[in-house]
Design a protein around this ligand. Sequence first.
Ligand SMILES: [Fe+2]
Length: 448
Amino acid sequence: MRRFHGWEPLRVEGEIPAGLVGTLVRTGPGLLERFGRRLAHSFEADGALQAVRLAGDGTASGAVRLVESPGYREEQAAGRPLYGSATSRWRRISNGLAGRTKTTGNTNVMQWQGGLLALMEGGRPVEIDPRSLDTGEVSDLGGVLGAAFSAHPHAVGDTTFNFGQQWGRRAGLRIYALPRRGAARELGHVTMPWNTMMHDFGVTGRHAAFLVCPAKLRLGKALLGSADFLGMFAWDPDSHAELLVVDLDAIDRPIRVELPARWVFHVANAFCRDEHLTIDWVEYPDFSTFAALSANQPDTEVAPPRVRRVTVDLRRRALHGEQTLWDEVCDFPVLPPARVGREYSTSWYSTGGSRLSGGIARLHVGSGAVDRWTLGPGHHVSEPVFVPRPEAKRDDEGWLLAMVHDGEAVESYVAVLDADRPSAGPLAQIWMGQALPVTFHGTFIADA
Ligand SMILES: [Fe+2]
């Protein structure tokens, strides 16, 4: 593993734009082994936060901190792994039967009411101090949360929506609303046709949409603590996917639309027009992308994804149509925050190659115009985080911050791009002083 450290000055090449002031915080799998035992899948790993603070005077400092969750601290005290594939079979079984999990914060970080939470979809969030990046306690958001809180919350206006999966004999989802002020609350519960992995969803503020894909959880294996995380899911290509469209005022009566089998990690957006709900997502023909993230099958050939649009007629409660929006190998869709849950035209994606490592592209939905920044082989580019320009005229005007692993320099850097024109290349490169592991998602904490 790389060197963990608190805030240190970083080397800057180019010029950090004036107005870009605040802290980028990203997270990803940090420890791929525990006490000398390798984990079966990167999704199990304790999270590592990678952060860069932009002071506003052209300088930057960086920190790389492990998410030291209560489960991690418990393992450190015990001197042995207690969770996941690295622990003993008996411990895995007792964990499964007792519902004990380690919440790792390895997938995303979200801001809410001045605080920072590190997220993973199979557990509750972990509190992170937004200044020091110290790890606090696991949060149940004031007693509201069930066992899980997904890693893809979406803020629509003043409310952040999210869901938590419930695996068991009755597969389901709990939907949550977190207002800018006041207490979090559960909006209701949706029944799913089978237990699966639900990574992301679309939400407009009035409706939420969930795609249930035929990666079916083998519940017995999950309960008995199978060491093979990948083997806990059975891909069933002869089955179908089921799109659940939920009216947030009538959650118990979702529209259910059957679609051919497919796999979706990330939803780009959802919006409503004339009683039609449109959902855009990045769609894979099968589940090979999940296998490729496993330690056991890292060389799996990933079937190429593309951006698809599905529209549901809310009055007829039926599929209206579906189309390919962008036939490009891409994932990690990003939107201007003001457009989440609304009609939109600008979006950004990580692009290129089976490992999505090739670059960043701006897609103008509608015209189909693409502007892309492409890197050479040996480079890996993270999902871009969009930062709106203060006092911008358009809501898609600003910068993109992406963590790039430069295979030639054997060092990682944050690329600062003009969100209008990624093809112009980095306005600034902020070098991290070491090669850092992959991160999935992140957020930008603008200085007040
Ligand atoms: Fe994700």
